[in-house]
Ligand binder design. Sequence first.
Ligand code: NAP
Ligand code: HSE
Length: 441
Amino acid sequence: LERFVVTTTVLDLAAGTSVLGSEDIPGCHPATCRIGLLGLGNVGSAFARLAREASSSLASRGFTPVVATALVRSVTRERSAQLSAQITDDHETFFAEPVDVIVEALGGVEPAYTLVRRALDRGIPVVTANKSLIAAHGDELARLARRRGTALRYEAACIAGVPFLGTFERRSLVARASGVTAILNGTSNYILTTMTRGGSFEAALADAQRLGYAEPDPSMDVSGADAAEKLTILIRLFGRLLVDPAAIPLDGLASVEADDIAAAAAFDGAIRPVSRAAWDGTAIRAHVGPAFLTGTHALARVAGVTNGVVIDAERGAQCYIGPGAGPDVTAATLLDDVSEIVTERRVRTPPSDAVSAATAVTRPDSAWFLRLTGTARPSDIADLLGSYGIWCTRLERRGDRVYALTCHAGQARIHTALDAVQAATGAAAAAFPALAEEAQS
Ligand code: NAP
Ligand code: HSE
């Protein structure tokens, strides 16, 4: 029956009406690309503004983007975006307007899922920045897009300012990898970087919200949940494995104290919000949380709102670094996705590589960066840890704390050892994974 599906796409993408350089041909005018915009918040407003500002430069690519209709929660809210578009809170009114592409910047799984599915089902291409949606339903929506011969793009959903997902989707041999290590949340990295410079956690988070980096619910950023969603998108792309973000072990930023950051610097490293996963068959080892990176690690100097990913690709590691969040970079990536869809001669559908469900998600082993608060002697702490087979490669007292870097150990063993240290000396402990450039999970 799918052969008889009629799509409602207005712009004839497949016929290649939007020919590159069409402005050079006398009498040839750029086609208007009518956009339905879901959401007019930080990202949606920036997108509407950019679509207007970039209109003349995109004309040289053969089209002019025009936001024709926008869906919001509250139509009475004052908007900074100058829009001649219809603004509605009603789904039927939104869908009654004929559009060529839908751009989704609502956030959350619902109603985004229902609306995106409806659009794809009608054959309308969709571009989204929503990692919650893609983490929860990306595979199903990609299959729906393929069945309907239309496009689903989500380059802005993971490291918003670095366009790498689409490249790897098109190149399945290069995308063969055994794992990824990444900084995937701009807000968290901005907060830790600000704390490195003496700022407070609270002030840094407030700044990140003011600058439009943070999620509508910022606990998604600081708990690691936003990064876990992005990590599942990377696991699907590079490991061909489906995993529920809720299955990924998380540690939030709350455990990091300003002294830890200073101690990490004294140990020639840095504390960063790290997401990592490695897979073997259908078993995944994954974790999201603050981690100590040695100074030589490719991500150790990735600071502020910048994000980065190191892909352990079969044919050699690859590293991508760039802006991770912010309305303007996100809007640019969304509009580039729209531009690609409009200027393609054939609708590019995602590859049909088989994916499997992950059967187990466990926490990877690692070396550890330890903080022990109290008056215990460093040599006593080292002896106690050693009795559990945990050897310190570096140990130093700093004020009322002892900091240590250890050998590789599983989380259970490190916690058993730290409990024993606490029982014997009263030293309260915190443990962060410690990763070196060549660390293997
Ligand atoms: P936001 O400022 O909270 O904006 C959300 C928009 O969606 C608002 O216009 C809101 O309407 C509308 N909306 C929310 N729920 C709705 C509902 N049930 N029905 C109709 N409209 C609804 O969020 P944002 O910061 O722009 O983020 C949007 C998306 O972009 C999220 O998925 C986020 O993860 C993603 N993203 C953000 C960044 C970034 O740097 N901020 C980067 C990459 C991706 P009202 O205006 O009426 O409230
Ligand atoms: N809140 C997210 C972040 C936005 O800070 O990374 C980009 O996905």
